[in-house]
Design a protein around this ligand. Structure first.
Ligand code: TEU
Ligand code: CA
Length: 559
């Protein structure tokens, strides 16, 4: 296995809108990020993944880009960007940009032109089709954000494809001009000195030529676009071309967001010798319990979680590289989803989850606030939401189709909505958690007086300090980065236990996912005199462990 810097890095994701507001308009911005770089340096991370900062009308908070080479006005200027980049570099922190090129905003100049006439030079930059019969879309596909995936456009009496919101028309990657525009834009950012790209829904850029109706899940109004749009016929050709023309010319870190990816597909996107991407985000562990419908209250069964994560650990070993994550801006807070966010167990379970993830093989990603054990928000009413996904789903399911009851759906949003991750970063116990001096664009979680960065930076037993230690351990022990993984006790419904092996070194990782004490028999080799505890959330000093207390975790090491 090749040893490279991006395998040894720890990434921190910033959602700029919610990170730090520098001018009191209630919206986070670039100067705000720059002012917090010392905090990230202290945490010890190496790379920032910056969610989109490009010009955008913000239909989907920046994932709808109207100019790839301008900074969103609310976030600042290109000078602010350059200052942030150089201040980050001074601290040894790299910056990975979010590259959103499956679609643009409908306000992007290309689309403004494209919709003007069928013979406009930009017409073929997007995916246009004739309707079917009387004002019927070309097929039954549903968009990821509710409604049809086709939008009728009166000027030319045709429909355009949008797998996300109708303000996010899909680009036509089969058009060579589109690919060249994207590649030269990427090159322009590389020339500026950025260190990599996280590629938004990159698994969807190639669509099949034929676009038949998709299968409708039970009770669904629309058909599934996935078989015709995910891992489409040319996706690997286009990524190889991107690699040849841009990526290979620089020393970058790349990660593809590949909805629907299987282990087999991941080996193609991120295989050691494939010359496409460094790694991908898979979704199987965060989609547990969904069965095609995200809005449910299903808990995560540990046996299934272990099975999925273990499959990725063992099957990619030596062939492709894993990314490790439990949260991001599209997921609820991981302590609320996989742990226990009650006052009694929040800290312990946050540390336990961090250990479970950070001791695996792969590159770990921390989402802002995860290092504080930030929790879901106590949403009770639709007026509190800002996310287009939740707002559209409510309109469709409660108001139009009337197939879901209001309070029942809000309860599901409270558990799973993306807005749980998007409430402002909790910096201190002053008004608005120190995020802004103005009115925040989305409400601050009322628990900020207890859960905030200032308190935790000053408290050595905090979740923050625990994460700092997890990151430092990864820097110190090659086994944590490169060791091979083996699951123990696969059918235990409460304990997640695994080993890592690297040359003569061995690690045992013990995690109790339950609020009950669990008896455990530690393998002999991890109880001998030369064994050491690397980290523990109960302050254990002896490896003579007979039971794991509620949400207890520890890591034992020997050579
Ligand atoms: O997400 C796309 C994606 O694959 C879905 O998991 C998405 O999270 C959807 O919200 C289902 O809940 C990416 C971005 O991460 C997301 O923020 C954007 O809204 C989306 O692409 C469109 O750009
Ligand atoms: Ca601001």
């Amino acid at each position: 296995m090749k040893h490279v810097w991006w395998k040894e890095a720890v990434v921190y994701q910033i959602y700029p809108r919610s990170f730090k507001d520098s001018n009191g308009d209630g919206v986070g911005d670039l100067k705000g990020i720059t002012s917090c770089l010392d905090y990230l340096k202290e945490l010890g991370i190496n790379v920032i993944w910056l969610s989109p900062v490009y010009q955008s009308p913000n239909d989907d908070n920046g994932y709808d880009i109207s100019d790839y080479q301008e900074i969103m006005k609310e976030f600042g200027t290109m000078d602010d960007f350059e200052e942030m980049l150089s201040e980050a570099h001074k601290r040894g922190i790299k910056i990975m940009m979010d590259l959103v090129v499956n679609h643009t905003s409908d306000e992007h100049q290309w689309f403004v032109e494209s919709r003007k006439s069928v013979d406009n030079p930009y017409r073929d930059y997007y995916i246009w089709r004739e309707g079917k019969g009387e004002k019927q879309p070309p097929n039954n596909w549903g968009s990821s954000f509710s409604g049809s995936a086709w939008q009728y456009d009166v000027t030319t009496d045709m429909y355009y494809l949008h797998l996300f919101s109708k303000k996010q028309p899909d680009l036509n990657w089969d058009n060579e001009a589109v690919r060249q525009e994207v590649f030269s834009m990427m090159d322009w950012w590389c020339q500026k000195g950025v260190d990599g790209f996280r590629m938004d829904v990159i698994s969807m850029i190639s669509k099949t030529k034929e676009m038949p109706d998709g299968i409708k899940a039970e009770g669904a109004v629309y058909g599934d676009f996935a078989p015709y749009s995910i891992h489409g016929p040319n996706v690997h050709n286009y990524l190889k071309e991107m690699n040849r023309k841009v990526l290979s010319k620089y020393d970058l870190m790349t990660v593809g967001e590949t909805a629907g990816v299987t282990v087999e597909e991941a080996k193609r996107y991120a295989g050691e010798d494939e010359n496409e991407l460094n790694m991908v985000f898979q979704f199987e562990h965060v989609d547990i319990g969904n069965n095609g419908n995200k809005w449910n209250l299903n808990k995560v069964p540990l046996v299934e979680l272990k099975k999925i994560l273990s499959k990725w650990q063992t099957e990619l070993n030596g062939k492709a590289w894993n990314s490790l994550y439990l949260s991001n801006h599209d997921q609820p807070r991981c302590v609320s989803r996989f742990g226990n966010d009650s006052p009694e167990y929040r800290e312990r379970s946050a540390k336990m989850l961090g250990t479970c993830l950070h001791m695996m093989q792969g590159t770990p990603y921390i989402y802002q606030g995860e290092e504080l054990g930030m929790t879901n928000y106590p949403f009770t009413d639709i007026s509190q939401f800002r996310d287009i996904e939740s707002i559209n789903a409510y309109r469709e399911l409660v108001e139009e189709e009337k197939c879901r009851e209001k309070n029942e759906l809000i309860a599901c949003f409270q558990y799973k909505s993306r807005d749980n991750a998007r409430t402002p970063m909790q910096w201190d116990d002053s008004d608005n958690a120190g995020f802004t001096t103005g009115t925040p664009w989305i409400a601050v979680n009322p628990n900020y007086k207890k859960i905030n960065a200032k308190e935790q930076v000053n408290n050595v037993s905090s979740v923050f300090h625990y994460y700092k230690k997890l990151i430092a351990l990864r820097k110190e022990y090659k086994i944590i980065v490169y060791g091979t993984y083996e699951l123990l006790l696969e059918n235990d419904p409460n304990l997640y236990v695994y080993t890592r092996t690297y040359e003569k070194e061995r690690l045992l990782v013990l995690c109790n996912f339950s609020e009950e004490e669990q008896a455990i028999k530690i393998p002999e080799e991890f109880m001998t005199a030369d064994c050491r505890i690397l980290i523990s959330n109960y302050g254990r000093e002896s490896v003579k462990v007979k039971e794991l207390r509620p949400y207890e975790t520890l890591v034992i090491y020997h050579k």
